[in-house]
Write a protein that binds this ligand. Structure first.
Ligand SMILES: C[S@@+](CC[C@H](N)C(=O)[O-])C[C@H]1O[C@@H](n2cnc3c(N)ncnc32)[C@H](O)[C@@H]1O
Length: 353
């Protein structure tokens, strides 16, 4: 396969971290949006949380009762409006900016489809499942799959969403290096479930250069962008269009698998099938790392309940509220030989098959 030797088409300002920089005006606007989001999350959130907990009490209230209290509090309303509107401002500006150079970007993707290192394998006669087509995740226009430029949009859009913390793939790289190898040290194949733009996939190849590293995802535009990005970074990985609940991998053929922020994005029965698929493909002694939204406490914390419900209703996360209550830790413990749990802002389960 030919290699990508020249940097692909750039709209004037090169790269911002690992993503294509935008014209100065757009970048400045999006910095402002990021600042508003930061204000909502770091200044308003703690005040809103304390106000809700103070009025509802530490436990016992139903979600509806909590909503009745919280929805009337001005600080909660301001926070909610800022979170929802900054999402929409973010996506609208990023979409418009990339669409203005859409033909150049589409040509860049088409050229990269044919280049190495690595490759992208798209499935013939692919059909997106109904549950996937129905959702515009995180309010991204067209969801993950409708816009051919969805990969570019997702990359810059999540920059704002994560407040710039992953501009150079720092978070993903750190997570890849924290992923434990199996006890026998053998890592011949690594599977990144639902790899989106492939940042973890690339980081896994850097962590285990000798291994075959594969990222699977449902979305054609995200996979094509992931491959173009990995080839530009000169990293040899394979991106493949597959459903996580119906993998084309043999039993026990994977040494290390990573399942990051997918389970909360699919209906419960699909999430259960995905966990069973993960168990099927990871070899005895192999490792599965599941990283996702923090689980509900027992008894549930009223602010956490309210916040997760807000996400489910207003941030394109219809399955998230159910996920944090569904007890996936118990299912993992039934299927795997050992599971260790680390819980903070998110939860990580390290499972040995
Ligand atoms: C929030 S992103 C996760 C990105 C990445 N794993 C990470 O940790 O940054 C969710 C990804 O899951 C993909 N996805 C959703 N349902 C899927 C399914 N059933 N099979 C494969 N991919 C799926 C989406 O296309 C999207 O790229």
């Amino acid at each position: 396969m030919p290699q990508v030797t020249e940097p692909p088409v750039v709209p004037g300002r090169g790269y911002l971290g690992t993503m294509l920089a935008l014209p100065f005006d757009d970048e400045s606007y999006l910095d402002f949006v990021e600042g508003l989001r930061r204000f909502a999350l770091t200044s308003l959130n703690p005040v809103a949380a304390a106000a809700v907990r103070g009025r509802v009490g530490p436990n016992g209230a139903s979600l509806n009762d909590t909503r009745r209290v919280a929805d009337r509090l001005p600080v909660v309303g301001l926070r909610n409006r800022l979170l929802r509107s900054t999402q929409d401002m973010n996506w609208a500006r990023v979409v418009a900016a990339y669409q203005s150079i859409g033909p150049r970007l589409e040509a860049e993707l088409a050229a990269a489809d044919e280049c190495g290192p690595g490759r992208v394998e798209l499935a013939a006669d692919w059909e997106y499942p109904q549950y996937y087509r129905d959702v515009h995740y995180h309010r991204q226009p067209g969801g993950y799959h409708e816009d051919p430029l969805a990969g570019y949009v997702y990359h810059y859009g999540t920059k704002v969403f994560h407040l710039g913390a992953n501009d150079n793939d720092e978070t993903k790289t750190a997570r890849a290096w924290e992923t434990p190898a199996p006890a026998d040290g053998r890592v011949r194949r690594v599977l990144d479930f639902a790899c989106s733009i492939g940042a973890m996939t690339v980081a896994f190849k850097q962590r285990w250069p000798q291994a075959e590293v594969c990222g699977i995802d449902a979305s054609e535009p995200l996979l094509r962008y992931a491959h173009a990005r990995a080839a530009r970074l000169d990293v040899d990985v394979v991106f493949s269009q597959q459903l996580a609940e119906r993998l084309r991998f043999d039993d026990a053929s994977v040494d290390v698998a990573y399942l990051g922020t997918l389970l909360h994005e699919v209906p419960h029965e699909v999430a259960v099938r995905i966990v069973h698929e993960a168990r099927r493909v990871v070899r005895p002694g192999g490792v599965l790392v599941v990283h996702d939204m923090r689980q509900a406490s027992d008894p549930p914390d009223p602010w956490e309940e309210y916040d997760r419900d807000f996400d489910s209703r207003f941030n394109g996360e219809p399955y998230a509220y159910h996920f944090v209550h569904a007890g996936f830790g118990r299912l993992l413990a039934q299927l795997f030989t050992s599971v260790t749990t680390t819980s903070g802002r998110t939860v990580t389960w390290v499972c040995t098959a």
